[in-house]
Write a protein that binds this ligand. Sequence first.
Ligand code: BGC
Length: 743
Amino acid sequence: MIGESSWVVADTADMWNAPEFFCSFSAKQAVSAVLFVSALGVYEARLNGQRVGRYVCAPGWTNDKKWLQYQRYDVTEMLHARNELVVSLGRGWRMHAHGIAATGFKDTDIALIATLVLTHKGGNSAVLRADDFSCRESGAVYNDMYNGETFDATYAGKALGIRKIDLPKDILAPQFGPETVEHERLAVKEVIRTPAGETVLDFGQNLAGYVEFTTQAARGVEWILTHFETLDQYGNAYTGNYGKAKSQVRYISDGEPRVFKPKHTLYGFRYVKLENVDRVDPKAFSAIVVHSEMERTGFFECSDARVNKLFKNTVWGQRGNFIEVPTDCPQRSERFGWTGDANAFCRTAVYHYDADLFFAKWLRDIASEQREDGSLPSICPHRGWLAAIHEASRAKGKKASPFWCDAFVAIAYELYLTYGNKRILASQFNAMAKWVDYLISQSKCGIREYDEQWIGDWLSPDPRNPDGARWSHADPKRNDLYAGKTSCTLIASCCFANSLEILVKSGRILGRDVAPYDERLATVKKAFVERFIDEAGELADNTQTGCALALHYELCGEHRRTVAAQLARLVREKKRITCGFIGTAFVLSALSDNGYAKESYDLLLNDDYPSWLYMVKMGATTIWESWRGVEPNGAPSRTGFGSLNHHALGSVGAWLYRGVAGIRYDESKPGFARVNFEPMTDARLSWARASLKTRRGIVRSEWRREDGRTVYVFAKPPGCTASIRIDGECMEMKNRDELVVAR
Ligand code: BGC
């Protein structure tokens, strides 16, 4: 149906105005009306002044070189006798301001395709196509995802012509992923007058979305709202960590009181600085939280309020970044689907929310980006200013990034384990095999040698050269400060082995012949031990990340216990975490699964820099990009990586569910057909509890200290089997769905 329309563009050279396409029609005879729409860019449709659907920044964000979602709306209930349909079109993720500066504006950058089907009594139908729409400029005189939106309520807007344009239609696919929608509204918590004389609204929570406000300014007055995440050490507004993103709303009043919110842009923020607003009525502003629709499934609480805050912050980290694709951050001029961040966080994400469809959609994007040689991009969708930089380094010989690109395989398997989603393995198997073939082609004798200059254990506070200069793209050799001490070859080889192993397991699940991969896996595992384990049975790379990764991916063979002891020793020696994105995701479980739960708790409960609770102590309401997101004196980070809403280090959430509360799936019976309870207690907590809404029902685990004993309560859905393991003692949960055990 949608294909009956042509692709159309506004005939304009103005690349900033968000044009409106519109048409009037009579529907006296209509018994039903269905609207099909999609766009390159983002659109909002209104019928008779009312918004069609709930999708914010529709049609979403995909690899639109290959596929683009369209939406279908039944608008029958919205019909009048005479109707006006208006579809406004913004730039969205298609083109960012500084991308435009680099490459110029093409009229194919934003385009609309739309069909309205009216069915009349008796079954006849009439079809309205975008080809027949009219077009005009709108009051949204500027829109850009990074810089924000300027709305001029006084601007009448010129009439524009429309042009049909030859863009592919075979990329169009029905809505597949979850829609991005508005969630709750947050009221202003405090109006702050800063020492610098600024007026600032504090919403009390770092989030992604936008602000809705009621204007009451005189005609011609321009309100400026600048979104930001933190005050500096003096209590003034700080926007230095936003890069090139201005992240503003500018509203020019026509003198009428109006309720306004931006249509085509999103913001990451906790605070908003107001300019030109004479009298501030806090009730006139509310922050609207926006993210992809997912059902909340996981909950956790314990006796330590700081840990509870940390847990909440990891949930907010997901809410702020799961918008169409898992982004690194929602605020600065980056906001890309960085694969490594999602690889680190996915084990937490799939418990916090039912993220099955969200990830399945993104994996489809990643697969669609796969290159001839099987390699995958580090950001997906692979577009925007960063894609150009990555392409340039690829041309110079840079290979696909370990752990980052391996996310494709790891996340697919995580969906299978958590939701029992075999379809994802089936649909991605060939692409997974192609990726693994690429890794094989990159490896020599089972080892994937990897250039030491690249990402590595990103933002590890254990730099190779602590005095090294700040990293810059211009001189990648200086990356040593942020890549961490763990060798990239070790990381690459671990991830190679893990991707290969997942491929073998997936192949077996799907009944494919994976014998050659299986044989290779044995060689790779052997090679790993030979290359990386020293004579004493320890990992030669003496780092927390190296040990954690090798243990988590089960690559230490007979040396497992020695490497686990090495990891525990490293933690005791340093008394702090020294991992970046990669190691952080696995260090707690690598310790506690090998008998060192106390050391896991030592890391969890430490609140000195670097630690999760340091973030909490410093007032974080989300998870920071780097452990040093805020300096101990309250000054913004000096690391240059100062996003305060990055989900990656929130990977600790997985251990709260799976370690502290001990709710685990069973690899042999995925999707919680079998539950393994393995809670880990510690004297520093007096109780903990978690619940998880699985596809089979609610799983609960709780423990508390009572009269010198620990009382455990376990609950599982009927029809599932469950095992319990407490301090090494194992039992089966037979003939009951709830069990209380005291030890
Ligand atoms: C992003 C990250 C990402 C990293 C990798 C950063 O700029 O914000 O989250 O994974 O680059 O190099």
